[in-house]
Design a protein around this ligand. Structure first.
Ligand code: SF4
Length: 972
């Protein structure tokens, strides 16, 4: 409704009310209740105070945008700041954000619970006594910074840079901290990705060079999902709203999920396969498309690297497309619907029906898998590879309603300084056994430390809780409590966690409304950039004040990491002798510290296409614009970049090789977008790869070795994995053939839609909705064992057991049980988040560990009266402690699914009990290590890893050599 219509409506309403002799009250905001506050009125927005009802008390707000930090979607938030008290009263959606479009899930508004959490950490703390003893004392930021910086400085100067490690869970930002580590010259980046998404990433990366898909659900005719994207998927809310848009436009939704998730309930076709059989289903559908000639032959001919496949695998056959099609016919012949039905347990007729629906999608087939099956199974990366095979067959790649490579829909701007790549290689994160792992072998760190492969002088955990999140948490406790392995553990965290208990310093970091970050994610075929900002800093500046350091506006001494890293880097290199300080100095005030204001001002003024002009049109500087609106859309539609014709100006001294790869001597045009792109090798004469020849035209193509979509992966073949170089089916470690008669499969990977891994434990609104994680068990299995809902069960894994309540439901396959990983939080003392953490005892004798619940949650008195209203007591069980590590030998992904025995609990068992033998955990680690094909035996070129593979904080090329010497001492 425009303002004119609004005014007419108000006049009419006023006349009606006054005709009745009553006083007209037009509503505080003079706007339709279902509309978002128009941005012109964000400085002074009026609403009725709900707590004053039935009195009409008007509240005036300043609306300040920031970004939600409660999952990877980075949805826009609007903080409602009371103009009288300057306190944040609530968070709602930011309608100016192109990804989330004003909408949020429950976790967005619950940011308010996080910032008002009575148990949050507000001041820096230093341990007192033994590590893990639970005693803490205050410490100043200065003292902590000096201690940490001194140790980092010593490690760098003494040639021990690999002893500095930064281990991040939810980054929530694009590239800032990687830049810090590059400036320090350490290969110290570690991530959580191998317990999360590297299986899916590997499958996609091997196809098109980037490691994520960007599905255009809103315009699809068929949406094919593996897992529960409507409630908890990657880019959850932004994708969920577009899936619903697609459904409203008539798209059919097909969901593969062994569990009846909320997403499956919305599906036109829900398939509940045996876990790990998903790739067999996709290959059966692919076979159907191939045999019925229902695939897009022209697309396959132009864009697959079929010629390379024929030359390498069928060298005695003429590499013509006709011959390739004949081979393709036979390649998947064994994957009949009956075969897939046998593997998956899904009826062959249902599979045939789904295949027909997919065949009818044409190029409007959007598909997505993330975590789920790709993170559950040995060979799970082939689930993503076989799923995308369907897109590649249909030509539904970078089409309207199809699936794009993510990087085309993402924008990472060039920052003020770009330090060079590190010169060192860190074997603790990138060991030779896993040369193709897409991310750091993070969850093996305790085992590597026990192996004696290295040690850590300074270990940062940041928004990361490996003791609770990772498998084999007791082995984490064993190394974190050993100063022989970890010299100093610094936990950068807004809240207490199971890992922070075993730190030396606990340093309070800001929540989503208390920090700066930049991010951009592939949520539709466009590009946007979002700006997270400390809300009260923006308020102070909007009202004419100045803020030097974000601690001045945050609660207690809570800081933001960006300022922390700048300060720490100055103390690591106070005189600039290490060459580090230069990357943290102001350009505007040479010799002084860089401030966050200048850092972001530089980016917005120099590195975001179109922002300067857009801001100027509103009479704003670019930084002001981003502070005011929180997001900027760079492009509404990006389209099919692989089809872009390379302009003649880029084709000087053009050479095209036998695979069609085009090389030229023209320098690359400047590009402000720093999104990670795999490096493309120059030709023997040093020409740059500019594209690929397709039917006589030089097109941009894909950033793969061949320039095309890689049906055949030369990387896999060259590094010793030729038998899986094309999309195929790998039987999972929990395939029925690998299970004992009395074993079932445990699915442990699913999220609860309203919880976050660690940071939501004191979000009271969320805790009230979801606070426990019972074991889903089918009535057939329950009847056999005499189990009813609420009964206690003992779940035995390879290394121990946990005790959990049963939930009997038909929403799971017989033979499979499921338990969400989101609950079972615990603490050792009174310190912790009391709304969702049970207090436990932790005992061990040698390798035998036991965790027992001493006290569950209960009402308590705090600054928030609602904590006296806590009615729930059960907070679930921490099952991940009982899982050994299962690293996939190719992708490096931890394969989460477990073979378990489900028994009725014994007389001594109590809910939440855990018992584990870490010696057994070590045996399982060694068994899976034996599945690998290490670089020192399989590398084709004496390097540690294919240079082409994406890698966070890529070291310089020399460091890739296997015989590259250990790091030298730095300047003293
Ligand atoms: S989906 Fe929910 S938790 Fe994730 S960023 Fe959006 S509002 Fe926050």
């Amino acid at each position: 409704m425009d303002l004119k219509q609004l005014s007419e409506r108000l006049s009419a309403a006023k006349a009606q009310v006054e005709a009745r002799g009553e006083t007209f009250y037009p509503g505080p905001s003079r706007i339709h209740l279902a509309a978002y506050p128009p941005k012109e009125r964000w400085d002074d927005w009026v609403e009725l105070d709900s707590r004053s009802w039935p009195k009409r008390v008007e509240k005036r707000y300043m609306l300040v945008p920031t970004t939600c930090f409660n999952c990877e979607s980075a949805c826009g938030l609007l903080a409602y700041v009371d103009r009288d008290t300057l306190q944040i009263r609530k968070f709602e959606g930011n309608p100016e954000h192109p990804g989330s479009r004003g909408r949020n899930c429950a976790k967005g508004p619950a940011t308010l619970n996080q910032i008002t959490d009575p148990d949050r950490i507000l001041h820096p703390l230093k341990r007192v006594g033994e590590r893990g003893a639970g005693k803490w004392g205050p410490v100043s930021w200065d003292e902590a910074l000096d201690d940490i910086a001194g140790r980092i400085r010593s490690a760098i100067r003494e040639g021990r840079p690999n002893e500095v490690m930064y281990h991040v869970g939810r980054p929530g930002e694009d590239g800032y901290t990687e830049r810090v580590l590059a400036a320090w010259g350490v290969d110290g980046h570690n991530s959580h990705t191998n317990v999360c998404s590297s299986g899916a990433r590997a499958g996609y990366h091997l196809w098109f060079g980037f490691d994520r898909p960007s599905p255009d659900h809103a315009n699809a005719q068929v949406i094919l999902l593996v897992s529960s994207h409507l409630e908890a998927g990657h880019y959850f809310n932004p994708h969920a709203q577009r899936i619903i848009d697609g459904k409203h436009r008539g798209a059919k939704l097909i969901v593969l999920d062994t569990r009846l998730s909320n997403t499956a309930t919305h599906a036109d076709h829900w398939l509940s396969p045996w876990p790990g059989s998903e790739a067999a289903i996709f290959l059966a559908i692919a076979r159907h498309l191939i045999q019925k000639r229902a695939y897009n032959r022209e697309f396959v001919r132009r864009w697959w690297n079929w010629r390379e496949y024929m030359q390498e695998v069928h060298p005695h056959t003429t590499p013509s497309f006709d011959n390739f099609e004949q081979v393709l016919d036979s390649l998947y012949a064994e994957y009949t619907f009956e075969f897939a039905a046998g593997e998956s347990g899904v009826d062959a007729r249902t599979l045939a029906e789904v295949a027909r629906v997919i065949a009818g999608a044409g190029t409007r087939l959007s598909t997505h898998t993330w975590r789920s099956a790709t993170a559950g199974n040995l060979g799970g990366w082939q689930v993503a590879r076989t799923l995308f095979l369907l897109n590649a067959l249909m030509g539904a790649v970078a089409t309207e309603g199809g699936t794009y490579p993510n990087a085309w829909n993402k924008f990472v701007p060039r920052p003020i300084y770009l330090p060079p790549h590190p010169k060192t290689w860190n074997e603790l994160t990138w060991p030779t056994e896993y040369p193709l792992a897409l991310n750091e072998m993070s969850f093996l760190l305790p085992q590597f430390l026990k192996d004696g492969r290295g040690k850590l002088a300074v270990y940062f955990t940041r928004v990361y809780n490996p003791v609770w999140t990772n498998p084999d948490g007791f082995s984490w406790i064993e190394v974190l409590t050993s100063e022989k392995h970890v010299g100093l553990h610094v936990a950068l965290t807004p809240t207490w966690s199971e890992t922070a208990f075993f730190a030396d310093y606990v340093l309070p970091m800001g929540h989503g409304s208390e920090r700066h970050d930049l991010h951009s994610y592939e949520q539709y075929d466009g590009q946007w950039i979002g700006f997270r900002q400390p809300v009260l800093r923006a308020v102070r500046e909007r009202t004419g004040g100045r803020v030097g350091d974000t601690r001045a506006v945050n609660p207690g001494e809570v800081w933001e990491e960006n300022e922390f890293w700048i300060e720490l880097s100055w103390r690591v290199d106070p005189d600039g002798a290490l060459g580090i300080r230069q990357y943290f100095e102001s350009r505007e005030r040479p010799g002084e510290k860089l401030g966050v204001e200048e850092y972001y001002r530089y980016i917005f003024e120099n590195s975001v296409p179109g922002l300067v002009e857009r801001a100027a049109a509103e009479g704003l500087a670019p930084l002001e614009y981003m502070r005011r609106y929180g997001a900027f859309e760079i492009s509404k539609q990006v389209g099919a970049l692989h089809q872009a014709v390379v302009p003649p100006a880029e084709l000087s001294d053009l050479k095209v090789d036998e695979l069609g790869r085009a090389y030229s001597r023209t320098p690359a045009p400047a590009n402000p977008n720093l999104v990670p792109v795999p490096p493309l090798e120059p030709d023997a004469a040093g020409r740059r790869r500019v594209g690929v020849e397709v039917d006589g035209e030089i097109l941009r193509g894909f950033p793969t070795s061949s320039g095309r979509l890689e049906f055949y992966s030369r990387v896999l073949a060259d590094w010793g994995w030729g038998e899986v170089a094309i999309p195929t089916y790998i039987r999972s470690h929990i395939h029925p053939a690998n299970l004992a008669k009395d074993e079932m499969v445990l699915i442990s990977t699913f999220r609860l839609p309203v919880q976050i891994h660690t940071r939501s434990a004191n979000s009271k609104w969320l805790d009230e909705i979801a606070h426990t994680n019972p074991l889903w068990i089918h009535p057939v299995d329950a009847r056999r064992d005499g189990v009813q809902s609420g009964d206690l069960l003992r779940i035995e894994t390879e290394i121990g057991h946990f005790v959990v309540k049963a939930w009997v439901t038909e929403g799971i396959r017989p033979g499979v049980v499921a338990c969400s990983h989101h609950m079972g939080r615990w603490k050792l003392t009174d310190l912790g988040q009391r709304q969702a953490m049970a207090t436990v005892s932790l005992d061990h004798r040698g390798d035998a560990w036991q965790l027992k619940r001493k006290e569950s949650v209960h009402p308590y008195r705090s600054s928030d009266p609602d904590t006296l209203r806590i009615w729930w007591t059960d907070v679930g069980v921490h099952q991940n402690l009982t899982f050994p590590v299962h690293p996939d030998p190719i992708s490096g992904q931890h394969c989460w699914h477990q073979a378990v025995r489900v028994r009725k609990a014994g007389p001594g068992d109590r809910a939440g009990d855990i018992a584990v033998d870490t010696a057994k955990a070590r045996e399982v680690y060694q068994k899976w290590l034996g599945l690998t094909r290490p670089a020192d035996r399989h590398s084709p070129d004496a390097t540690r890893r294919p240079y082409w593979l994406l890698r966070p904080l890529r070291p310089e090329r020399e460091a890739y050599r296997l015989e590259h010497p250990a790091p030298a001492a730095g300047p003293t």
